[in-house]
Design a protein around this ligand. Structure first.
Ligand SMILES: CC(C)(COP(=O)(O)OP(=O)(O)OC[C@H]1O[C@@H](n2cnc3c(N)ncnc32)[C@H](O)[C@@H]1OP(=O)(O)O)[C@@H](O)C(=O)NCCC(=O)NCCS
Length: 161
């Protein structure tokens, strides 16, 4: 493990992809499943960059799609590590639709993915702490702590049920 801390900017990812007809529903909008796939990849790269280990997705907070992104537009994904625990990391993924002809970009959704770092035996392994400095990073970290508590409560309820 890399034991020294890392800043969110050290692992932040920006990913862009052109929406092609094969990725779309009959209305010409990108499929929700395709967006989730791209979010998972962008998030996993940020998490893996943070810990320099392979990672797996363990939890995805609710995703909603507020606006369509159309064929011919560009999907832009920004993934940033917002919180780290012992072996898990929360990554915020913001999604934008960009119209190349007008040069405009609109925010279409945000979701939080939790990844776990794995060692060579496939067991959870420690990750470097996240160094948060700016007001925004500190705010995100605090909010992530609350989201984590909620996830763990849900996990415990699912185990009981
Ligand atoms: C990830 C995995 C190895 C964790 O195993 P586990 O036995 O739950 O391990 P632990 O209980 O020690 O949890 C490891 C970390 O994940 C966190 N975690 C586990 N389940 C979680 C959940 N539902 N929500 C949030 N965090 C969770 C734990 O809190 C812990 O975090 P911490 O070390 O930072 O405190 C195991 O659940 C797994 O292999 N899942 C499948 C992952 C996968 O294949 N994903 C692809 C899609 S199927």
């Amino acid at each position: 493990m890399n034991s020294s801390g890392k800043r969110p900017g050290d692992s932040a990812v920006t990913m862009t992809e052109l929406v092609l007809p094969n990725d779309a529903n009959p209305l010409g909008n990108i499929l929700g499943g395709k967006v989730m796939h791209l979010m998972d990849i962008a998030g996993a790269i940020a998490a893996s960059r943070h810990c320099n280990r392979p990672v797996v997705t363990v939890y995805v907070d609710g995703i909603s799609f507020q606006e369509p992104i159309r064929v011919g537009e560009v999907v832009v994904l920004e993934a940033t590590v917002t919180w780290t625990g012992n072996t898990s990391m929360e990554v915020m993924i913001k999604v934008y639709g960009e119209d190349l002809t007008s040069g405009t970009r609109r925010h279409t959704n945000t979701a939080y993915f939790t990844f776990v770092a794995l060692d060579d035996e496939g067991k959870p392994t420690r990750v470097p702490p996240l160094i948060v400095e700016s007001d925004e990073e500190i705010r995100q970290f605090k909010e992530a702590t609350i989201r984590r508590e909620e996830r763990l409560k849900r996990r415990a309820r699912a185990k009981l049920g």
